[in-house]
Ligand binder design. Structure first.
Ligand code: ADP
Ligand code: MG
Length: 768
């Protein structure tokens, strides 16, 4: 059934070539016990390795069941070793980190026998060698003789036709040797057993054929086969393959024997992951915060249309980036002319009734409110301690409440302020007191309501219902010829029935979650309706009429002249006197983030097809702030991730080294697996499985520690920024990072795993 024809094998080390086998011709019967004798170095082991398909002959042919092996492919050799051969080595060659049962099962595992069949068969052969009760022990818990029995059981497990034993009793005492020989003889009853030994006594006692070798040559054969007698045999091999689960189990068990090292490695290589996980959870959290901030706060910041606007045209952006490109601190003694920045950027918006009409036609559902800042003076007379005098307040103390645009959504004031007492003004004669976040308000405003400001605290109720008098131009100003002066008879103005009584109806304060926008705002607010009403009356007043017709200031007598500046000054004065309602600033308050986009689109549409000087440019403060904060965060995140990525790369190199060391340590195991029929691919798989496990561990450790670190990080961030729970690990990021960790470690371990697969099985078995 097995025939060697003119087999030659030589080994070359350096320039020395050793002929290990010379023209060997030998044929074996299907069932016999052959002992191969010969001195050390005579080529016995080489012969066995060639018969077993572990080593390849140089010339000649090995014929198995009448089939030449000259054209055998690697997979066929692997299958041959697995299906037809059982190896028994002098040094047992068991895999130490798996159980005896697993050792015995390994060959069957490789050829894909089902788990239950495997176990049954393994226990059966273990029973045969008398070790059934030791099945769950580790090899190093057994004696030498017992280990050799396990090796015999392993050789028998896959029911091979041929058992190859290389000095199976070489390491055993004589008593044990006899027991092992009895066992091998028992096996040889229905198999071909080829046993190398240098113990001639044992050979003669047990074997039924003795073949002798010397210096690589066959020198005697006690029972050769007569030429021409050919046994016909069918030749069929089942391919072997290790599935990834087996590889995982092998590597997992191996790793278990060096827990400390694996844990340290996984931890060290998880540092990069920890860094990235932490950075991602921070930036993720900040993104969420910024987003929230944008939606809640920035979106409630108005889009403003002012008389002077920043012009962010494409030309401007280009020239800015050109500025950035200019070299600094040059040596050349030259000067570059530069336009004044204001000239480059300021755009004058000509706000006219047309534009106001356009703005007011906007879909009212998009806006929480709209407010106009007008130059119009509000003439107010106060009565303080029984003395009547005009009110003098700065613009910041006196603001208008944005006009509510629709009934479906909250107005700007409801959105951003809490009413602490009373109600929101709805009529033109109603006023609202707005306090800052510390419940403060200017003493000037309090004085205007005749409140004793020497008190430390003032009760809300002292303010509610307080009154002021609004007077119109015809009483406020007195005509003297072609000029006007203030009417100083304040008492009669105050008490005139033409005056409008304004009353405080409510006290409000900015909402806590709108802090950024409202914390410092305090003052006295009136309705837009009030301003409309003032203008509707004052525009027909004598002073306005006179001012429209005069080319000088009717209050001071100052001449305007015919310059553009003069015209502007006159227009401003007319506006101040309530002669027209054209606002200086229009503020649009979008309902939310999405409607803000639509509002902007609507405003942009106005400019379509218009010359730049006729365009009306708006300022979106919220957008400027959010794009700034967003891009700064992005930049920081990228820099930090780059740093952590470096540590990831370092750790994958480390994994490569660790895997390489592991390959060195597991060389013997590689040899054993190959002898049992494992393909090169399977060996790669074993080490890939090892790096897979380390990668998974380091990914999990990294994510876990990264997640743990978010807690102290949050405490620190909260103490710095008052933002709670900023650092949040996105589960998707966690999964991606674990995958990255596994991918990187597998890349790091890939080359060592390939190296392992390339190892020559014969040499691998030789290593200790
Ligand atoms: P035996 O098993 O009979 O002691 P071997 O078959 O191991 O002998 O070796 C036969 C000869 O081939 C010896 O001289 C040995 O040094 C040589 N040899 C065996 N394997 C190798 C190898 N891998 N590289 C170089 N020389 C080898
Ligand atoms: Mg030998």
């Amino acid at each position: 059934m097995l025939k060697l024809q003119d087999i030659n094998k030589s080994y070359t080390t350096g320039d020395f070539t050793q002929q290990a086998l010379i023209d060997v011709n030998l044929e074996f019967r299907k069932n016999e016990f052959v002992a191969i004798l010969g001195p050390s170095g005579s080529g016995k082991t080489t012969l066995l390795n060639i018969i077993g398909g572990l080593d390849k002959y140089d010339s000649g042919d090995l014929i198995i069941n009448n089939k030449s092996t000259k054209k055998f492919k690697t997979t066929e050799w692997d299958a041959y070793r697995n299906n037809s051969i059982g190896f028994i080595f002098q040094s047992y060659n068991l895999i130490n980190h798996i159980s005896i049962l697993d050792n015995v099962e390994m060959g069957m595992t490789l050829s894909g026998v089902s788990a239950s069949k495997r176990k049954a068969k393994a226990l059966e052969v273990l029973e045969k060698v008398g070790l059934k009760e030791h099945a769950h022990k580790r090899p190093n818990q057994l004696s030498g003789g017992q280990m050799q029995r396990v090796a015999i059981a392993r050789a028998l497990a896959n029911d091979p036709d041929i058992i190859l034993a290389d000095e199976p009793t070489g390491a055993l005492d004589s008593n044990t040797s006899v027991q092992i020989m009895e066992l091998i003889k028992e096996i040889a009853k229905d198999k071909l057993v080829i046993m190398v030994t240098h113990n001639a006594d044992l050979a003669h006692t047990y074997a039924n054929r003795i073949v002798e070798f010397k210096d690589g040559k066959l020198i005697s054969d006690s029972n050769p086969i007569n030429k021409g007698v050919n046994q016909k045999e069918k030749y069929n091999l089942k391919k072997t393959s290790m599935n990834f689960l087996t590889a995982l189990k092998l590597s997992f068990n191996n790793i278990r024997t060096k827990k400390g090292r694996t844990l340290l490695t996984a931890f060290a290589s998880s540092i990069g992951i920890i860094g990235i996980a932490l950075i991602l959870s921070l930036s993720n959290g900040f993104d969420i915060e910024i987003d929230k901030f944008e939606r809640e706060t920035l979106s409630s910041m108005p889009i403003m249309i002012t008389e002077q606007a920043m012009e962010m045209t494409e030309d401007m952006i280009n020239s800015m980036s050109e500025n950035n490109k200019m070299e600094e601190y040059i040596k050349e003694e030259v000067i570059y002319p530069q336009k004044p920045v204001t000239e480059q950027m300021l755009h004058t918006n000509v706000i006219n009734q047309d534009y106001i009409d356009y703005v007011e036609k906007i879909d009212s559902n998009l806006l929480a409110g709209i407010s106009y800042t007008r130059a119009t003076a509000i003439n107010i007379i106060t009565k303080i301690n029984g003395v009547y005098k005009p009110l003098s307040l700065s613009i910041t103390d006196l603001t208008s409440i944005p006009k509510k645009m629709n009934t479906k959504t909250n107005g700007v004031i409801e959105d951003n302020y809490d009413i602490l007492l009373g109600k929101l003004p709805t009529e033109k004669d109603e006023l609202l007191i707005i306090l800052d976040s510390k419940n403060r308000i200017s003493t000037k405003i309090l004085e205007a309501f005749d409140i004793d400001i020497t008190q430390e605290k003032i009760s809300f109720n002292d303010l509610i219902g307080k009154e002021l008098k609004l007077v119109f131009n015809d009483e406020y100003y007195k005509q003297m010829g072609s000029f006007f002066t203030l009417n100083t008879d304040y008492e009669s103005q105050y008490n005139s029935d033409k005056a409008l009584t304004l009353k405080v109806v409510g006290i409000a304060r900015g909402k806590e979650d709108k802090k950024a926008l409202t914390a410092n705002a305090s003052g006295l607010s009136y309705t837009e309706e009030l301003v409309d009403y003032i203008i509707s009356i004052n525009k027909d007043s004598k002073i306005v009429e006179a001012q429209i017709n005069a080319n000088y200031n009717v209050l001071t007598g100052e001449q305007f002249g015919n310059t553009e500046e003069g015209t502007n000054t006159k227009d401003t004065l007319i506006s101040f006197l309530g002669g027209n309602g054209i606002p200086m600033v229009i503020s649009l308050y979008p309902v939310d983030f999405d409607s803000k986009e639509k509002v902007i689109n609507y405003l942009d549409k106005y400019n379509d097809g218009k010359e730049l000087e006729d365009q009306i440019l708006y300022t979106d403060l919220g957008d400027i702030i959010s794009s700034l904060s967003g891009s700064i965060m992005d930049a920081i995140t990228i820099v930090l991730i780059a740093f952590s990525a470096i540590s990831l790369i370092v750790s994958s190199i480390m994994i490569g080294i660790i895997t390489y060391i592991s390959v060195l340590e597991r060389t013997k195991e590689i040899g054993v697996l190959r002898a049992l029929g494992a393909r090169k691919k399977d060996i790669t798989r074993v080490f890939n499985a090892e790096t897979f496990i380390i990668g998974l561990c380091s990914g999990l450790i990294g994510i876990f520690i990264g997640w743990l670190l978010t807690f102290p990080a949050n405490v620190i961030i909260e103490s710095l920024t008052e933002l709670p729970n900023v650092a949040k690990l996105n589960p998707l990021h966690a999964i991606i990072l674990i995958i990255i960790s596994m991918a990187l470690t597998m890349i790091g371990g890939f080359i060592p795993a390939k190296m392992a697969a390339k190892k020559d099985p014969v040499e691998a078995l030789r290593t200790e």
